[in-house]
Write a protein that binds this ligand. Structure first.
Ligand SMILES: N[C@@H](Cc1c[nH]c[nH+]1)C(=O)O
Length: 359
């Protein structure tokens, strides 16, 4: 196991590589306001953040990552375009696996640049690949934007699309919702009874929900019950999309042929193709680079485009040694009227040292 000072020394060297690329050094505070920022991470990180409180500042959390505070800082007073680097600890509670660190050092690089998003994606990926050096790692890429476009273009109610979009991050629940919307799984008996008026709803309230909230939930369930089932062919297409994986040229071929049946993904697939060209122009061997349409579905919920991770070939159970992605919508959410395309990634110097020691 590397010592903390070895990890910090490696982090400083990696950060210097990004500074040499012109990135400005930023040092967001370790304590961040939880009440305003925590929701941006999604369910997984929300459950794993260390949250505490302060009489003056309210709910505070130990930063679970740097991206959200860096976006917030950039949107408040950053000049355009901008490149930032940082290094320091992030904190995430672990409940299932005691071998996973609950506090570890990240070194990151974030690009806010509207000129050429494909080139910015390639820049982040290629710089991180280079900084990882000779370690035996296998990179995997994906694109959350293709999945989002596929769901947004479905012929169904807004409410159903919104539910599917919310659950892109929870593959099992997404699957269950698709089955339900396609009429493949039965409606629970209790729901049928409620919708048939067989369950009285004007009883004295004992829970936390108000009568109005209960009424609006029942109205939403009624609307859902009246929404026609998703067409079987649409469900099959989503399944086909989720199963696409292979080296970039093969995966891209599959995406392009699927987009002839699913025109709603055409633009997102064109962005994958532009990224492949930009990666190749940066010297990345895209003929052997994996693309998996499902990649990134269990990570940060702010990703909405390119996603990537580098995994140790000989230690597949290890967390990603480096990972990142594009988060355009997050800049809008924190932008108070502004927005800018943005992408970035982090490396874990502690895991890099561990792997070097293991060989
Ligand atoms: N903040 C992300 C990594 C990342 C940086 N930039 C974009 N993504 C994480 O901690 O996993």
């Amino acid at each position: 196991m590397p010592t903390r000072s070895e990890t910090l020394a490696r982090a400083a060297r990696l950060r210097a590589l990004f500074e040499a690329q012109g990135a400005a050094l930023v040092e967001p505070p370790i304590l961040q306001p939880a009440d305003t920022l925590l929701d941006l991470y999604g369910e997984d990180i929300r459950a794993r953040a260390y949250v505490t409180s302060d009489a003056l500042r309210g709910e505070q959390m130990l930063r679970p990552d740097f991206t959200v505070p860096v976006v917030q800082m950039h949107m408040a007073h950053g000049a355009e375009p901008a490149r930032y680097t940082y290094s320091g600890e992030v904190f995430r509670r672990q409940e299932d696996d005691p071998t996973r660190a609950n506090e570890y050092v990240q070194v990151g690089y974030e690009v806010f640049d509207r000129t050429d998003p494909a080139a910015a994606d390639a820049e982040v990926f290629a710089l991180i690949a280079q900084a990882l050096g000779e370690l035996s790692l296998s990179p995997v890429t994906g694109d959350i934007g293709v999945l989002m476009a596929a769901v947004e273009g479905l012929e169904t109610s807004q409410a159903r699309k919104a539910a599917l979009l919310r659950h892109i991050w929870r593959p099992a629940r997404f699957r269950a919702l698709l089955d339900r919307f396609a009429g493949r799984s039965p409606v629970p008996a209790s729901r049928t009874a409620l919708l048939n008026g067989d369950i009285p709803t004007d009883v004295p309230l004992t829970g936390l929900r108000t009568q109005a909230e209960i009424a609006s939930r029942i109205a939403a369930l009624k609307e859902d019950a009246e929404t026609p089932a998703l067409a079987a062919k649409d469900v099959t297409r989503i399944e086909t999309l989720l199963a696409i994986q292979g080296v970039m040229p093969v995966a891209l071929d599959a995406l392009q042929s699927l987009s002839r049946e699913m025109p709603q993904i055409t633009d997102a697939v064109a962005r994958v193709a532009a990224r492949e060209a930009a990666l190749a122009a940066r010297g990345v061997k895209t003929e052997t680079l994996m693309f998996e349409a499902s990649h990134g579905r269990t990570s940060m919920e702010y990703y909405d485009g390119f996603v990537f991770g580098f995994y140790a070939v000989d230690h597949p159970q290890m967390s990603a040694i480096a990972s990142g992605g594009r988060y355009d919508a997050l800049t809008r959410q924190l932008g108070q009227g502004g927005e800018i395309p943005a992408v970035g990634g982090v490396m874990r110097p502690g895991l890099m040292l561990e792997l070097e020691g293991a060989t």
